[in-house]
Design a protein. Structure first.
Length: 187
């Protein structure tokens, strides 16, 4: 699975370049519309070629990034994935109730997090040690709330609520709740 940090960096670069090109098109159009009417406007062929280029570029960006978003493949082919581990987590009264103090996962495991809310809508997010988000989902009471994630690197992760659930929600953090270990250190 592609790391979400790499995806975000790549998409930031690609979409920034795309937006700059669109801004240039708008600026070019505005400059030509507000300029003196000397009859030397942009030739329609050049204008429509540029618009066509933007369309091809925009569609290409979406096609290229389609399979780089880490969770897309798992969500589209959910029945093909059998989790190596399943963790059932309950949330109530602004607290995560975990199956164990620390959930230990082996590198390259597919893990199902099955999260159930008993009172409010919460979020469930795994955060790296640098506080960047690995993944998250909304946890709605009375609905199935689960996510399968493939862990391809060792690390320690905190669980946080990523959804506003009132003033107490800001304190919904469980540090070092998930540890991903390589196979030789699992024993």
């Amino acid at each position: 699975m592609v790391d979400s940090e790499m995806v975000l960096t790549g998409q930031t670069i690609a979409y920034t370049a795309y937006c700059i090109v669109i801004i240039l098109l708008v600026a070019w159009f505005a400059w030509k519309v507000t300029g003196k009417g000397d009859g030397k406007g942009v030739k329609p062929a050049i204008f429509y070629t540029f618009v066509g280029f933007l369309t091809v570029l925009g569609v290409s960006l979406h096609i290229i990034t389609y399979n780089t978003i880490p969770w897309t493949k798992v969500d589209l082919h959910r029945s093909d994935y059998k989790p190596d581990k399943t963790f059932s987590i309950t949330v109530r009264n602004h607290q995560f109730i975990l199956p164990s103090e620390k959930m230990v996962i082996n590198v390259n495991d597919d893990v199902l997090f099955d999260v159930k809310s008993e009172d409010l809508t919460y979020g469930f997010g795994l955060f790296r040690e640098d506080n960047s988000l690995l993944f998250q989902m909304q946890v709605v009471p009375g609905h199935k709330n689960d996510v399968i994630w493939h862990f391809d690197k060792p690390g320690v992760f905190a669980i946080r609520s990523t959804e506003y659930s009132g003033p107490k929600g800001v304190f919904m953090i469980v540090k070092d709740a998930v540890e991903v270990v390589s196979a030789n250190t699992a024993n």
